[in-house]
Design a protein around this ligand. Structure first.
Ligand code: NAP
Length: 310
């Protein structure tokens, strides 16, 4: 359990961002533009289906249009490229998101490279990655962008502080490190070959964890007073694991009894929260921010296009 004064409330900040995005959507609508997000889903991965549904729902709630293109797992590369080409050419479409992972037979990089960088609301296209690297961000990956919003709106300025990012994925870790660097933090990027992870993470005043390893970060990894942001997301269905992760937490146990599963992150929150200065919960931390920033990126793509169109 996280004490209220330590809570970094991603859900509250996400709601704030969504309100602002809804106002921007209205302003665009007054000028005859309705931002539209097209999501491409290939195959029937249940987790991907849930993500895609929540993206469509969020778009509708904010007054945006959203179209889902659900294709069978047997879809070939040429067919998917054809769809991306059509969406690139369609002036009604402002944002294109290809839900990952794609079936193994389709090279993700080739598909992501094909998306018009101006419509790349995930921020994964090499042009957008390069612009971020150069400190001229245009469309920034949603999860790290959401974490920067969280820090800013909670009054946590990375300038001059030691920030450690655990995980070096293109989706979270690398862009996170770059954003913190541009915000003038001194950044360390850790990964699975980091020799002494605990020594590195204990140096952090701001610790961002995106390793995809349940409960990886324990009390021994965190310096007193550190700001801890937990990106990890895991569904736990084993009662013994739930009891170990959340001993004496009646809320979590009740949730487990009701649903047969609970969510947890890469941080062992029960042991880390008493040490940390501020900490995000799972759920209700980074997840809602990611979706809010996807909506913000779609509006940004629509706005940039409007500004760039003669
Ligand atoms: P990923 O592509 O699997 O990357 C994981 C990274 O963590 C890799 O760089 C890996 O190192 C590193 N790592 C793995 N084990 C480690 C260890 N024991 N010590 C130090 N580093 C370790 O994962 P991702 O896409 O970045 O996602 C990370 C987590 O965030 C997942 O749980 C995912 O579900 C979650 N996520 C949540 C959201 C959200 O909105 N809440 C969004 C995106 C992702 P190597 O490079 O050396 O292999």
């Amino acid at each position: 359990m996280i004490e209220p004064d330590k809570l970094l409330d991603g859900a509250r900040v996400a709601a704030e961002i969504r309100d602002e995005v809804a106002a921007e959507v209205q302003a665009l609508a007054a000028r005859g533009v309705t931002p539209r997000l097209d999501v491409v889903l290939v195959g029937d991965d249940p987790a991907s289906e849930v993500y895609v549904r929540s993206k469509a729902k969020a778009s509708a709630e904010l007054g945006m249009r959203s179209v889902t293109h659900a294709l069978p797992a047997s879809t070939g590369r040429a067919e998917l490229e054809g769809l991306v080409d059509r969406l690139n050419a369609d002036t009604e479409v402002h944002g294109i998101l290809v839900q990952l992972p794609l079936p193994a037979a389709i090279p993700s990089a080739a598909i992501l490279d094909r998306i018009d960088p101006g419509k790349d609301v995930d921020g994964f296209h090499p042009v957008n990655v390069g612009l971020l690297q150069q400190g001229r961000p245009r469309l920034v990956p949603c999860t790290p962008a959401g974490i920067m919003e969280l820090l800013a709106r909670e009054g946590i300025d990375p300038k001059g502080r030691r920030a450690v990012v655990v995980g070096r994925s293109d989706i979270v870790g690398k862009p996170m490190a770059m954003l913190l660097l541009h915000a003038h933090a001194t950044v360390t990027l850790c990964h699975s070959r980091t020799a002494d992870l605990a020594a590195a993470t204990r140096s952090a005043e701001i610790l961002i964890v995106a390793a995809g390893r349940r409960g990886l970060i324990g009390a021994e990894h965190v310096a007193p007073g550190a700001v801890v942001v937990d990106v990890g997301m895991h569904r736990v269905t084993d009662r013994a694991v739930v009891e170990k992760l959340f001993p004496g937490d009646p809320k979590k146990m009740a949730a487990f009894e009701k649903r047969g599963a609970v969510l947890c992150g890469d941080v062992d929150t029960t042991r880390v929260a008493p040490i940390a200065g501020r900490i995000t919960p799972v759920p209700g931390g980074v997840g809602p921010l990611t979706i809010a920033m996807l909506m913000a990126n779609t509006v940004r793509a629509a706005t940039l296009r409007r500004e760039e169109t003669p």
